[in-house]
Design a protein around this ligand. Structure first.
Ligand code: TYD
Length: 132
């Protein structure tokens, strides 16, 4: 599985750091939605779905978490801990997030509005669909 990690330019000086996200530039799609996960409790694992059409860019803007990607053939686990790096999650990738640090803020940019009908939330169904 090809893992697409997008480096985001950090504008840093003695005051601190700034990262800018611009659609069709460092974000490879038109941004239609932004959401973020924070205050995730210890031991929580979430995600457990794939999207049929949605593409997302995931950035740990604070703290860290682990991110599992599964294309139905191969699983890859990554540590997200860099606010200057985005992980591209394309359609039909099962994903799970876990080992959130207490301070983790996981920001997600998406190319479509929230649509429950785009979700595949059953792993067996996901595997059946990707093997067709
Ligand atoms: P959920 O799908 O359980 O998150 P995850 O699978 O990433 O662990 O989402 C939690 C709730 O938030 C659920 O009621 C749906 C809602 N939600 C929205 O309303 N808009 C969104 O953009 C997202 C991602 C979730």
């Amino acid at each position: 599985m090809e893992i697409k990690l997008i480096p985001l330019q950090r504008h840093g000086d003695e005051r601190g750091s700034l990262v800018s996200l611009e659609d069709q530039k460092n974000v490879p799609f038109t941004i239609r939605r932004v959401y973020y996960l924070y205050g995730t409790q210890e031991g929580v694992r979430r995600g457990f779905h794939a999207h049929q059409k949605l593409t997302q860019l995931v950035i740990a803007v604070c703290g860290s978490c682990r991110f599992l990607l599964d294309d139905g053939r191969e699983q890859v686990e990554l540590l997200l801990d860099n606010p200057a790096q985005g992980l591209l999650v394309e359609p039909m990738i099962w994903h799970e997030m876990y080992d959130f640090s207490e301070d983790c803020v996981l920001m997600v940019l998406a190319d479509a509005h929230y649509d429950e009908s785009d979700y595949i939330r059953n792993y067996e169904n996901f595997v059946k669909v990707v093997k067709i």
